[in-house]
Design a protein around this ligand. Structure first.
Ligand code: AGP
Length: 606
């Protein structure tokens, strides 16, 4: 959600900032801007994409120090004026900001009473004026930034320039990520490693409350009380190639197509042939502790939450521990009862989703034991948890989650196997699940081969104003995720219901204009699902069945047949054709597939 890039070094900052912003554009993309320091501050900012900014950049925009931003609007509509950076009235201080300043209105009123004239409607502009107020008398820029941040309530990741101190950038974090990149006689900072990996793989994550001063020859970090802190650089194993489309038309198609490989990476080194267990060293729990939990509570947002629903089902079936999933955004606000014998599991691809992070912090504050299922190594949620499972799925760039969703479900299968095998799951059952997990990458390849057929179906159904997605028990989270994918990238309205609930209300919606995608696995509920299809067809509803056998034409107009795995693992495979379906529906409707309107990749605000 919004992207920040900063550079200090011997090179010209502007091309580095623009390149970094392009890499971050998936985080927010309604406006973009840069400022460089060279005998005063020079700024360009526009409503629109980074390409629009690049188009208005003058050829001579020199300066070895700069900050840039790509925006996802919170305060004030997307416009040239509301785009970041924001300057102080004397144009001495420039600020870019991610997050939300909650007391911006009060601060603004106070500053206006002092005679400050605001140009934008943003909450961020208060920061540039507040810093400018003290910067002249302060001994250092960080002192002025610290003084301003003391007045602020809310979340921020910021980068600040002072025209009078042309050798340094100050960055600070509270709730919105900031990562430093260490180069050869140059320093970088960004809200996401994506902007850094082209230049360096040595990074340092700031913690909440920390501030850092970057100079070309190094950096210093400080805690909120101005004490210097020691930081160990991490080496990231994602490189610039991970952020290319790799010849695909869209990141989304690339990420869907990578899944045989990404699932294999999630499984790599974690299945044990001797005891038919999963090795998950990152859980940091011995067998006795693992046995002690009586409940599992899973939290996450959006698609992460739906993959958590698949996870809860896997844990109940394989480990026989009561488990359920809940949106992290709701969980944190309802004063949850936190119990010592409950294992909490937080899911996040980015590891930065604010609602999930805040829920984890609430759990930790109440003494809960929290594991993270996270894709981004070293991210805030990963650092906050007591242990967890990394997905190793590589960076996910398209706003719609696909490979991370699938790898999360696979990670839950591993966790369920692990919890089951320290309880009552027999070695034979453990072996059945291990064998099933091993078959997944090849079976995903078989599903990807169906792409031309799925494309045709997507074109056939894309014209519908609204679609219903139904599934029962294991199929229900698959239906929810299918509906989520379709609406977020194609903007076609989609509802997901448990198939069993249809007759309790939503059946009234069914007719020729509202087709249904029905998830119908070959499991013990097959007959019940087929009865539901009959009910839909009897009301003139069109049906696209996704399951394991060719549909009876009396019950479905079309079908997508996927390979069968073990019943508990089938939801993982059933989700994949729905990703392709949504993708091709979005392409048919000429949507901006990777950057759907109104959305951003990492939601780092409330
Ligand atoms: C998925 O397609 C969505 N863009 C969204 O629901 C996402 O899964 C959610 O915001 C959680 O993100 P996270 O996994 O990075 O925490």
């Amino acid at each position: 959600m919004c992207g920040i890039v900063a550079y200090v070094g011997p090179k010209d900052a502007a091309p580095i900032l623009l390149e970094g912003l392009q890499r971050l554009e998936y985080r927010g993309y309604d406006s973009a801007g840069v400022v460089v320091s060279n005998k005063g501050l020079k700024m360009r900012k526009v409503k629109g994409r980074v390409a629009d900014l690049a188009a208005v950049m003058p050829a001579r925009f020199k300066g070895g120090l700069g900050i840039g931003h790509t925006r996802w609007a919170t305060h004030g509509a997307p416009s040239d004026v509301n785009a970041h950076p924001h300057l102080s009235a004397d144009e001495r201080v420039a600020v870019v900001h991610n997050g939300i300043i909650e007391n911006a209105d009060q601060l603004r009123a106070k500053l206006e009473a002092e005679g400050v004239v605001f140009l934008s409607e943003t909450d961020t502009e208060v920061l540039s004026h507040l810093i400018a107020r003290t910067v002249k008398e302060a001994d250092s820029l960080e002192e002025a930034v610290r003084a301003a941040l003391k007045l602020v309530v809310g979340t921020y990741g910021i980068a600040v320039l002072d025209a009078e101190r042309p050798g340094e950038v100050v960055v600070a974090r509270n709730g919105s990520p900031i990562v430093l990149g260490i180069g050869e006689k140059e320093m970088f900072a960004a809200s996401d490693v994506a902007a850094l990996v082209r230049y360096t793989r040595q990074v340092v994550h700031l913690e909440d409350g920390e501030l850092a001063v970057l100079k070309a020859d190094g950096f210093t970090t400080f805690a909120s009380d101005a004490r210097e802190t020691a930081k160990e650089p991490l080496t990231v194993d994602w490189d610039a190639g991970h952020y290319d489309t790799g010849g695909y038309e869209h990141y989304l198609l690339k990420e869907i197509s990578e899944q045989p490989d990404t699932v294999a990476r999630t499984l790599r080194g974690r299945l044990d042939d001797r005891f038919h267990i999963a090795h998950l060293g990152g859980l940091n729990m011995d067998a006795r502790e693992t046995r002690s939990f009586r409940r599992v509570k899973i939290i996450g947002c959006g698609s992460a939450y739906y993959s958590g629903q698949i996870g809860a089902q896997l844990i109940e079936e394989l480990a026989r521990i009561p488990a359920d999933a809940e949106p992290a955004s709701e969980f944190r606000y309802r004063g949850p009862v936190v119990e010592a014998d409950t294992l909490y599991v937080a899911i996040s691809q980015s590891g930065e989703t604010y609602d999930t992070l805040a829920a984890v912090q609430e759990l930790k504050r109440k003494g809960g034991r929290v594991l993270g299922i996270v894709n981004t190594v070293g991210s805030a949620i990963a650092r906050e948890c007591d242990g967890g499972v990394y997905l190793h799925a590589g960076p996910e760039v398209s706003v719609a989650s696909t490979k991370a969703f699938t790898s999360t479900a696979v990670a839950f299968a591993l966790l369920a196997l692990h919890l089951g095998r320290v309880r009552d799951l027999s070695p034979a059952e453990g072996r059945r699940i291990c064998d099933g997990l091993r078959r997944l990458p090849e079976q995903i390849k078989e599903i990807l081969v169906l792409e031309p057929e799925i494309r045709e179906l997507a074109h056939k159904y894309a014209g519908a104003p609204s679609m219903m997605f139904v599934g029962r028990v294991r199929g229900y989270p698959v239906a929810r995720e299918g509906a989520q994918k379709l609406k977020e990238i194609s903007y076609v309205h989609a509802e997901a219901y448990p198939a069993s609930e249809l007759k309790h209300g939503p059946l009234a919606l069914i007719g020729p204009e509202m087709p249904t995608v029905a998830i119908v696995p070959d499991d013990e509920l097959l007959d019940k699902n087929l009865t539901t299809l009959g009910e839909i067809r009897a009301r003139g509803g069109r049906v696209l069945m996704v399951g394991h056998r060719v549909a009876d034409p009396k019950l479905a107009d079309d079908c997508i047949v996927v390979p069968k795995n073990e019943t508990e693992l089938d939801p993982i495979l059933l989700s994949i054709p729905l990703q392709l379906f949504a993708y091709h529906a979005a392409v048919a409707l000429e949507r901006d597939v990777d950057k759907p309107r109104n959305l951003a990749k990492s939601v780092t605000v409330e």
